[in-house]
Write a protein that binds this ligand. Structure first.
Ligand code: AMP
Ligand code: MG
Length: 483
């Protein structure tokens, strides 16, 4: 929703049912501190009514100046002691030691009426003791990307953190070039990462590893209270399923460091992510990932690598046999989910021996022809000529595949349109939103893209252009870790 006329109806807690939950852990898990009050005149750019509902917040609050003040860190949420969390991690395969919320701050935890606990976290609200060389800031460019992408992923049915609000700080932030600054408000059931456990494990603090595990299990995995091994097995499964979703939809995360891996199996820390345009299995979305460690095709394997790092961090808590056994289920969980998603994308109902081969052949053909990933699936139930047009010089091969597919097809074309999105957050679409906001203060374009991404399976006659591959002048936009 686009904010408009201000009204003053709110309370310093916005009426939220706050609960200091993470703060029940001992001091060594975080640093309590207020936000820095970045910028002098924060301005609300956009707020997310769907996300607000998750914490029982009435979207009418968006017009309250107090909402902007709170979501920029200029005013605290009364009734919660804000904190920055400490964690560690493996970055690009190398132990990086202590990290933490270097520019994030937990400003609230809300127990909603359904009984679910939600973290409310600011990103870009200033320095913390974990900022290292960073400035504690977030730029508008990356904040818009995260704001749009987390909503897109949620609408695609992929586990993810969400964004509640996007605020312009009015401050200029130094990156490669000066850029406008922003604060993003993030919602997730929890922001605990694999790296939280690694932080305590590598300091030999096994008691803290246990405390944190029990804290997480009690709140988010109650069915595993007293069963650490069972809980780890569940984390393995959730991670495998999340990555299967990424592979099926054509999403590359870009920085799958263990500090960016959610213990709940949520897509977290949107940085230099990218959706595939043409299908290139070796797609590297992060310009700074020189070796392609986090290429599209490597993601499932990296998921396993990260879970192994988590297993090591839990080795004082769970016996090695059980850890190894749980890790051994990863590939099966991944393949089962991935296969189910891909079969559904092709509209295959009855199981047939040749199905895996049919899927593999299509992917190989797409890679060879450089076919658009999203449109190949979306247009499959449409006219042959439209679909074949995606395969350029490889039309004859595509025609042969299509003939055997049509002979085999036993699904429902309408159902296929409920799993094959027409709209994903292509890089060029994100860039369009960024330029609109930064160059022209055009919030309406951001709002339009946001609402299209909220129903990615539907037709949007006013947004048809956003379903298309990048126009020539917006091909090959580069994204990096700088955010
Ligand atoms: P990322 O690769 O973005 O997940 O960040 C890795 C670590 O660096 C995390 O601990 C972040 O909190 C921290 N970090 C990233 N950017 C900044 C920044 N501008 N200021 C302070 N800390 C940052
Ligand atoms: Mg991170």
């Amino acid at each position: 929703m686009i904010p408009h006329e201000a009204s003053q109806t709110g309370s310093p807690s916005l009426g939220l049912a706050l609960e200091n939950h993470f703060g029940r852990l001992p001091d060594e898990f975080y640093t309590r501190m207020p936000a820095e009050r970045v910028g002098t005149a924060p301005r609300l750019i956009h707020a997310n009514a769907a996300a607000a509902k998750l914490i029982d917040l009435d979207p009418a609050a968006f017009t309250d100046p107090q909402f902007t003040a709170i979501m920029s860190g200029h005013q605290p949420l009364e009734g919660f002691a804000p904190l920055a969390m400490v964690y560690a991690g493996h970055q690009f395969g190398v132990w990086a030691g202590q990290l933490g919320d270097g520019r994030a701050l937990l400003i609230g935890q809300v127990r909603n009426r359904a009984g679910d606990l939600w973290d409310v976290q600011l990103k870009g609200s200033g320095k913390t003791p974990y900022s290292r060389f960073g400035d504690g800031r977030a730029v508008m460019r990356s904040s818009i990307r995260e704001y749009l992408c987390s909503e897109a992923m949620a609408a695609l049915g992929i586990p993810t953190s969400l964004a509640l609000a996007l605020v312009a700080t009015g401050e200029t932030v130094r990156r490669e070039e000066p850029e406008p600054g922003a604060v993003l408000t993030r919602l997730a059931r929890s922001h605990v990462r694999f790296g939280h456990f690694e932080h305590f494990h590598y300091q030999g603090k096994s008691e803290q590893v246990r405390l944190l595990a029990d804290h997480v299990i009690a709140e988010y995995f109650p069915e595993f209270v007293g069963d650490h091994a069972g809980w780890f097995g569940e984390v393995v499964k959730r991670t495998a399923h999340m990555i299967a979703h990424w592979q099926a939809v054509g999403f590359a995360h870009g920085v799958m460091n263990t500090d960016n891996m959610s213990i709940l199996g949520l897509t977290l820390d949107y940085g230099p992510f990218g959706f595939l345009d043409i299908y290139d299995p070796n797609f590297i979305c992060n310009h700074t990932d020189e070796t392609g460690r986090y290429s599209f095709l490597n993601q499932p394997g990296i998921g396993h690598w990260n879970l192994k790092a988590l297993a090591i961090a839990l080795s004082s808590l769970i016996g090695s046999e059980k850890l190894v056994a749980a890790l051994g289920t990863y590939e099966t969980h991944f393949m089962e989910k991935y296969r189910a998603l891909m079969r559904a994308k092709l509209g295959l109902v009855r199981e047939d021996e040749g199905d895996d081969r049919m899927i593999g052949e299509l992917l190989a053909l797409m890679a060879k022809a450089g076919a658009d990933y999203t449109l190949t699936f979306r247009n499959l139930p449409r006219e042959d000529q439209v679909w074949l047009g995606l395969f350029g010089n490889h039309r004859a091969d595509a025609q042969a595949w299509l003939a055997s597919y049509r002979a085999r097809f036993d699904g429902d074309p309408e159902m296929m349109d409920r799993i094959n999105p027409k709209f994903v957050l292509r890089n060029w679409v994100a860039e369009t939103a960024i330029r609109a906001v930064e160059d022209r203060s055009d919030i309406a374009t951001l709002d339009r893209i946001f609402s299209i991404l909220q129903s990615p399976y539907d037709e949007h006659p006013d947004g048809e252009a956003f379903a298309a591959p990048p126009p020539p002048d917006m091909c090959g936009l580069e994204v990096s870790c700088s955010s």
